[in-house]
Design a protein around this ligand. Structure first.
Ligand code: 5AD
Ligand code: SF4
Length: 469
């Protein structure tokens, strides 16, 4: 609820800035940092804020973990393998620390926010010097100051995630593509998902704060912004009489920023007004990520998704009618507890029917405290693997179909850099969010260029710049 929200005050922000300044002259302080980021865009953006604060503290980025004085792991806990990977990498550093005892190891982000995890870190990971949850990000200067000053371990996890931090320094990874958070947290409690427990309830930033940030980015020449929220369609619901998400999109579009994307929208709240925006707003990229999770009504209900397969397909139909050139992508979970062969076939059938550009596919992973973790009907891992492989193969077929339709078309590509695969090739995303590789001058990096699609690989398109346009 909005009235529970604690905005960090100007005094608190000043206090953190003081810690950052005083850190410069702290004896034996770390000079270099390296941040290892796991998980979603929200975490990637949090890492940009963490880096911003560390630079304010007089530290510079070290290219490799093993060389840094302070290594911070910004973790994810959405699935068991994300968590195991982070903990494995933290443990790996223990060996490096034996040779370089002055190295500081930090763990932050969603995993630290999980019930019982702070205690686990305290007892089972004694070489971790600093741990804090997502709600404490803005306190990094103070926490690190205390860890270095006292030479003692610092573990800080807030009880409630009610803080909304404005005014943090941000060290952005790209000069032409930027993340802008519009809301934090999630109220949906899908039965499999840990996010509402580790990121707290929905808190929207004010439209004025968002617009000010976007205007600043536009003035610095940023070409594309990605508006971030766990469930952007609920933007403003916690602010009675506030701005709705479609209205926010319109206002952001008027700043003159060339391209806008957003992540992620929940199908149950995808409004006609937002669909209309795709038809009317040329600044909005031609891509919609609309996670369906399953094609079976029984499973959707057990997942607490609050829409049916039919309602989802109807929304897809509406989007296709309003804006046929919008590419759809999705998230899919297989082997949810109790998923029968027929339920799974419903998912396969839905994937065939929608024809997504691409999909993220996951095997269900039980998470502490979530309702699904208590549900009967666990699926045998061998069967889960078989299902996900079939699903991936089907999606690859659908991707090829979509790619084939795009050959010969003109796409606007924001050039992100050099292609990793082949020399003399540039790479960037088209408005539909598909990577396009094409020969070109590296001076074009950071610009939006017209490209004719000439071919398709497995996950990327090939093209040629359209000259003289
Ligand atoms: N197991 C498997 N996949 C999950 N996701 C979220 N929680 C789980 C879980 N417990 C997937 C969903 C979500 C995406 C970000 O991660 O598909 O949309
Ligand atoms: Fe998790 Fe559902 Fe919220 Fe997405 S909408 S973050 S899947 S609870």
């Amino acid at each position: 609820m909005r009235d529970e929200l604690i905005r960090i005050t100007q005094e608190e922000l000043e206090a953190q800035k003081r810690f950052a300044r005083e850190f410069h002259s702290l004896p034996g302080r770390p000079r270099t940092y390296h941040i290892v980021t796991y998980g979603c865009q929200m975490n990637a953006h949090d890492s940009e804020k963490l880096a911003g604060m560390l630079e304010d503290m007089g530290m510079t980025a070290a290219p490799a973990r093993e060389e840094a004085d302070f290594v911070l792991h910004n973790t994810c806990c959405i699935r068991d393998n994300a968590e195991r990977k982070a903990l494995g990498n933290v443990t790996w550093l223990k060996e490096i620390k034996k040779e370089r005892p002055e190295m500081l190891i930090g763990v932050c982000g969603c995993m630290v926010q999980e019930p019982g995890m702070a205690e686990k870190i305290l007892h089972q990971y004694p070489f971790v010097d600093l741990a804090f949850g997502t709600g404490n990000i803005h306190r990094l200067p103070e926490l690190l100051y205390r860890a270095v000053d006292t030479r003692r371990r610092v573990v800080a996890v807030p009880e409630e995630q009610t803080v909304l931090a404005e005014g943090l320094p941000i060290r952005r990874e790209s000069p032409f593509q930027s993340y802008v958070t519009i809301m934090y947290g999630c109220n949906n409690f899908c039965s499999y998902c840990i996010v509402p427990y580790v990121r707290g309830r929905e808190r929207s930033r004010s439209a004025d704060d968002i617009l000010r940030e976007v205007e600043g980015l536009q003035a610095r020449g940023v070409q594309e912004i990605m508006l971030l929220g766990q469930n952007v369609n609920s933007y403003g619901n916690d602010m009675p009489g506030g701005v709705s998400f479609p209205e926010l999109l319109r206002r952001v579009s008027r700043t003159g920023i060339p391209r806008i994307r957003f992540m992620t929208s929940h199908p149950k709240d995808l409004s006609d007004e937002l669909i209309a925006e795709y038809a009317e707003n040329p600044v909005l990229c031609r891509h919609l990520h609309l996670p369906v999770q399953s094609g079976s009504n029984a499973i959707l209900s057990a997942m607490n998704r609050r829409y049916t397969r039919e309602a989802y397909l109807e929304k897809v139909e509406k989007i296709r009618r309003a804006a046929p050139d919008v590419g759809l992508t999705t998230d899919l979970i297989v082997a949810f507890p109790g998923e029968t062969d027929l339920d799974f076939e419903d998912t396969m059938d839905l994937v065939r029917q929608v024809g997504y550009d691409s999909a993220f596919t996951f095997i269900y992973s039980p998470r502490v405290n979530t309702r699904a973790a208590e549900m009967p009907g666990r699926i045998d891992p061998a069967l889960a693997t078989e299902r996900i492989e079939r699903l991936i193969a089907l999606q690859e077929e659908m991707t090829q179909k979509r790619f084939a339709e795009m050959i010969g078309k003109r796409e606007s590509v924001l050039v992100a850099g050099l292609s990793r695969r082949s020399e003399n090739q540039l790479t960037g995303k088209c408005s539909r969010n598909i990577s396009v590789n094409f020969p070109g001058d590296p001076a074009l990096i950071g610009k939006i260029v017209p490209v004719r699609i000439t071919g398709a690989g497995k996950t990327t398109l090939k093209g040629q710049i359209i000259e003289g346009e």
